[in-house]
Structures are given as C-alpha cells and as structure tokens.
Ligand binder design. Structure first.
Ligand SMILES: Cc1cc2nc3c(=O)[nH]c(=O)nc-3n(C[C@H](O)[C@H](O)[C@H](O)COP(=O)(O)O)c2cc1C
Length: 206
C-alpha cells in the first residue's frame, strides 16, 4: 500500500481568487509541503445538476444523472483527506457546493441503504476539513453550513477533522487583512497530513 497521503481540495466559491480560494490554496500548499499529493476541483467550473430525488441510487449506489459529478465520486473516494472551502451564502454553503453535497446521496445510499462494506465501520477511513468565511459578524453564521458539511463528509467516511472559519471577511481579498489567516490555513493543511500519516502509517516516512 502506498503511504502517500492524497488530498483533494474542493473550491466552492464562484469568485476566482476570492477569500476561500486563497485560504484553500494555502491549505493545499501546506499539505503538499508535508509530502501529500494534492488535487483540486473548482466546483463553479463543473456542470453538476442538483439531485433529482429520484432515489435511483438506492438500487445500485450509483447516481443516474450523467454529468461531471460522475467524475467527482471516484476522486472523493480516492482521497485520504478532503478539504471543502465555501463562503457563507445565506447561512449555508454556496449553491455550487450544495449541488455536489446533495449528489452525495448516491454514496449515502451505498453506505446506509446498501451497506457497502467499503463505507462501513471496517471500511476505508478518510478525513474532512471545512474552510469558510462570511461577510458579517453573525454569531450563528456557520451553524447551517457546518452541519451540512459534516453530513456530506460522513457519507464517504470522512471524519470531520476540523475547520477554519472567519467572520467579517467580505470583499475579495479581505482575508489578507488578517495576517494570521493564511498561515493558519497552511498549518492546517500540513497538520491534516501529518496527523493522518501518524495514525494510518504509524508515523513512517513518505
Ligand atoms: C449570494 C450571497 C449570499 C451571502 N450570504 C451571506 C450570509 O448569509 N452571511 C454572511 O455573513 N455573508 C454572506 N455573504 C458574503 C460572503 O460570505 C462574503 O462576501 C465572502 O467573503 C465571499 O467569499 P469568497 O471571496 O470566497 O467568494 C453572501 C454573499 C453572497 C454573494
């Protein structure tokens, strides 16, 4: 078995080079510096149809919709660590991210309806991490999104390993006004990789 840690970054904002893009790019740099292989998916570049609720996935665990989500399922399942970044849009994740989240129903069906052992207690374990920002001070700003993301991760056996959440970050690039934010993201990416390596590979090199 390869002991290379594979990290997948999911960019959920439609604003290129915006706040969550900057944070996730930095987290992925941290992961790469810690020796991981890193892949990116920019969700607003993907054509992902929202879930139709047809429950076609309950039969064989595959989604019936033929679109770019079909290429995302195997990438999620192939990753050891998935980092999702989305700004808060109306107290939730962006529509781009939510379309992907809802389509994860196919993996949820595999796990909870079809009892696929790969997604069971003895199956492959992954880790998930959430990065978000919102423009206001709202104390409850992240509650809805965090719940959504936790259940998204659970569907493909990714334990919620942590989060980086910033309030009062609104205009593109506002995150750069907080000198600690990007270093925190870099450190979080590196720590995710080293923590996983320590538990999965017993701290071996690679
Ligand atoms: C459609 C839309 C909805 C938003 N809803 C919220 C919200 O509910 N609460 C909040 O604090 N900020 C809200 N914002 C502000 C964004 O979270 C903020 O601009 C953020 O910095 C965007 O991140 P990005 O640069 O990664 O795209 C909203 C922005 C848009 C465009």
């Amino acid at each position: 078995m390869s002991n290379i840690v594979k990290v997948l970054g999911l960019f959920g904002s439609p604003r290129k080079g915006g706040n969550t893009d900057l944070l996730l790019a930095e987290a992925l740099k941290g992961a790469a510096a810690a020796g991981a292989t890193v892949e990116e998916i920019h969700l607003s570049d993907c054509k992902i149809t929202p879930c139709l609720g047809c429950l076609g996935c309950f039969k064989g665990g595959a989604c019936v919709i033929a679109d770019e989500m079909q290429g995302i399922y195997p990438r999620l399942l192939n990753a050891d660590i998935v980092i999702l970044a989305s700004p808060i849009f109306f107290y939730g994740v962006t529509g781009w991210a939510k379309a992907m989240v809802d389509r994860i129903q196919a993996l949820w069906a595999r796990k909870y309806v079809l009892h696929d052992p790969e997604l069971g207690k003895e199956g492959v374990k992954r880790r998930g991490f959430f990065i978000s920002v919102g423009g206001t001070k709202g104390q409850r700003m992240f509650e809805g999104a965090v719940l959504t993301v936790k259940y998204f991760f659970d569907a493909f056996n990714a334990d919620y390993a942590g989060e980086l959440l910033f309030r009062q970050v609104d205009a593109s690039g506002d995150i750069l006004k907080n000198p600690e934010a990007l270093p925190q993201a870099f450190a979080a990416g590196g720590k995710l990789v080293s923590d996983l390596r320590n538990t999965k590979f017993g701290g071996s090199h690679g």
